[in-house]
Ligand binder design. Structure first.
Ligand code: ZN
Length: 246
């Protein structure tokens, strides 16, 4: 029964049996891993903060043959999620990023770029970066890493370079198109401001993306993600609510 050591982010946890948690980790070396934290729900558990969602930890765990669940052996806290909890929009944006990682990362498969994306998003949130910018950047980049983000600056049919300004998207073929290849059926339109945001966020590090996506681009990113993953991200509802208050 070999033990693995790895760096990880806690994506979520849920009660398991009487006194345990199942903790879902995004590890650097093995992607998504589900571990049982024994007795973590008891009052004196030393694992309480290290199994808190959005915590960054160094773990060792045992895998058992034929079991989807590994057993957590050690969890050392590298960065507690505690400070984020004091900033509700940052906390909610962190939850959106964690939920996206859960959707996109396959169990047991190394996905270092996704791990780095998560790391960058959380580091920015801890540094006080705009919460909406972080959440939308994560929406965009998980799509890009999954290879389902369409070519933005060229027509998906003929390859001609598209001019600056608004763009036409064919939602059936999932490609941007030039004026000649506009589909007869309903096409989606992305505003010039939306196109600019997509271009900047595709090119720049998150630290330099100071705003969330314009509304039309946000709706378009969500439709693209839902088409691909067939899932909703429930944490968005809470984040949106907080952003509207802000
Ligand atoms: Zn074309």
């Amino acid at each position: 029964m070999p033990s693995r050591r790895d760096d990880a982010f806690v994506l979520t946890r849920y009660p398991f049996r009487e006194r345990d948690f199942v903790v879902v980790l995004l590890t650097r070396g093995s992607g998504l891993v589900r571990v049982v934290a024994r007795r973590a729900r008891t009052v004196r558990s030393s694992w309480a903060s290290a199994t808190e969602p959005l915590a960054q930890v160094r773990v060792s765990y045992f895998e058992r043959l034929g079991s989807e669940l590994a057993t957590l052996d050690e969890a050392q806290l590298i960065r507690s999620a505690f400070n984020l909890a004091a900033d509700p929009p940052a906390w909610a944006a962190g939850q959106v990023v964690a939920e996206l990682a859960l959707l996109y990362c396959p169990p047991g498969q190394r996905v270092e770029p996704s791990f780095r994306l998560m790391e960058r998003c959380l580091t920015c949130l801890f540094g006080g970066h705009d919460a909406a910018a972080v959440a939308w950047y994560a929406e965009l980049w998980f799509l890009r890493l999954a290879g389902v983000f369409p070519e933005l600056d060229r027509c998906g049919v003929c390859g001609v370079e598209l001019p600056q300004g608004q763009r036409t998207f064919d939602p059936v073929e999932k490609r941007f198109v030039c004026g000649h290849h506009r589909p007869g059926r309903a096409a989606a339109r992305i505003s010039a401001a939306g196109v600019r945001w997509l271009q900047l966020a595709s090119k720049l590090p998150l630290e330099m993306v100071s705003e969330g996506a314009p509304e039309d681009v946000g709706a378009w990113l969500v439709a693209l993600r839902e088409g691909f993953t067939e899932r909703q991200v429930r944490s968005w509802r809470y984040l949106r609510h907080l952003l509207e208050l802000g």
